[in-house]
Design a protein around this ligand. Structure first.
Ligand SMILES: *[C@@H]1O[C@H](CO)[C@@H](O)[C@H](O)[C@H]1NC(C)=O
Ligand SMILES: *[C@@H]1O[C@H](CO)[C@@H](O)[C@H](O)[C@H]1NC(C)=O
Length: 258
C-alpha cells in the first residue's frame, strides 16, 4: 500500500514536471520576441504581428514626465518618455529619487499585455545637466573652441555614466547646431560655425555610446554596456541656420527657437 502510494505520487510528480515543461515550451514559443537567442528580425516580426493598432500608436508616442503616471504608461502603451529642460522628480531630487521615478514608470510599461519596456530620454547636453550635483561641463561653444576630440569623448563617457546612474539609457546629445549668426539666442549650443569642427566634435558619441568594436556592422544602433547611453545627434536639419534678413522679412519674433 505504502509502495502504491509512493509510486502514484511519483507518477503524479512526473506528470507535474511534464506539464511544467510543456508550459515552459508553449510559453517560450509564444514569446519569440522576448527570446534574445532569436534573430532580431524574427523577434521584430513576431512582436509586430502580435501588436494591436492601439499598441503601435502608443509605441510611437513620447510623453513628458510631467504628464505621465505608471497607469498612463500602461493604459496607452506609451513607448517613450522624456525629461524636458528642468523637468525633475523634485527640486532636490537625489539619484535614488530619479531611479525610483524611472522604475515606477517602467513598471507601468512592463505590466502591459506585451510587456514592452519604455525608453526614457533626457537632455544631457553638457553633463547630466538637469540633475542636482551632477558634473556640469562647459557648453558646446566652449568645447568646440578646444578642438580636442579626445576631451569631448571622455566628457561623453563621464556623462553617460552619470545618466545611467539615474536609471536613464538615452541622452538627447550631442547638439550639432552650426551657428551662423551669434545674435541667435542659442548659439552657445553650437560647437562652431564651421561644419568641420562640429563634425569632429561628434566624437562625443563614442564616449556616450562606447567605441564600436572593429569590424562590426555600421549604420545600426550600438550601446557598449550598462554605463553607456544611446546618443542622439540632434537638431540635425538647419539648427543654427538663423538669418536676420529672413526674420525681418517674415517678422518672426526674434526670440524664436526650436
Ligand atoms: C549635493 O551635494 C551637497 C554637497 O556635497 C550635499 O550636501 C547634498 O546633499 C547633495 N544633494 C543631493 C540631492 O544629492
Ligand atoms: C516595480 O515593480 C516591482 C515588482 O512588482 C516592485 O518590486 C518594485 O518596488 C516596483 N518599483 C517601483 C519603483 O515602483
Amino acid at each position: 500500500m505504502v509502495n502504491m502510494v509512493k509510486s502514484m505520487s511519483m507518477s503524479y510528480l512526473g506528470m507535474m514536471v511534464l506539464l511544467w515543461w510543456l508550459a515552459v515550451v508553449v510559453v517560450a514559443e509564444d514569446v519569440k520576441y522576448k527570446d534574445p537567442k532569436q534573430p532580431v528580425a524574427a523577434r521584430v516580426k513576431d512582436l509586430l504581428e502580435k501588436m494591436t493598432m492601439e499598441e503601435k500608436i502608443g509605441q510611437m508616442v513620447q510623453i513628458e514626465r510631467i504628464s505621465a503616471t505608471p497607469d498612463i504608461m500602461k493604459q496607452y502603451f506609451i513607448g517613450s518618455m522624456l525629461s524636458g529642460g528642468g523637468s525633475v522628480p523634485n527640486p532636490q531630487a537625489t539619484v535614488v529619487d530619479w531611479i525610483n521615478m524611472v522604475n515606477g514608470f517602467q513598471n507601468g510599461s512592463l505590466s502591459t499585455r506585451l510587456g514592452i519596456p519604455m525608453i526614457y530620454g533626457i537632455d544631457a547636453v553638457h553633463g547630466h545637466n538637469n540633475v542636482i550635483n551632477a558634473t556640469i561641463f562647459p557648453h558646446n561653444v566652449g568645447l568646440g573652441a578646444t578642438r580636442d576630440t579626445d576631451l569631448v569623448k571622455r566628457i561623453g563617457a563621464a556623462t553617460a555614466a552619470e545618466v545611467r546612474a539615474t536609471g536613464i539609457p538615452y541622452a538627447f546629445a550631442p547638439c550639432i547646431a552650426v551657428c551662423r549668426d551669434p545674435r541667435w539666442g542659442r548659439c552657445y549650443e553650437s560647437y562652431s560655425e564651421d561644419t568641420k569642427v562640429v563634425q569632429s566634435m561628434t566624437d562625443i558619441i563614442l564616449g556616450l555610446q562606447g567605441e564600436i568594436p572593429k569590424g562590426s556592422r555600421l549604420g545600426v544602433p550600438y550601446v557598449a554596456g550598462k554605463d553607456k547611453v544611446a546618443a542622439c545627434a540632434k537638431h540635425f536639419v538647419a539648427d543654427g541656420g538663423t538669418l536676420m534678413e529672413l526674420m525681418k522679412i517674415t517678422q518672426w519674433p526674434t526670440n524664436m527657437s526650436c
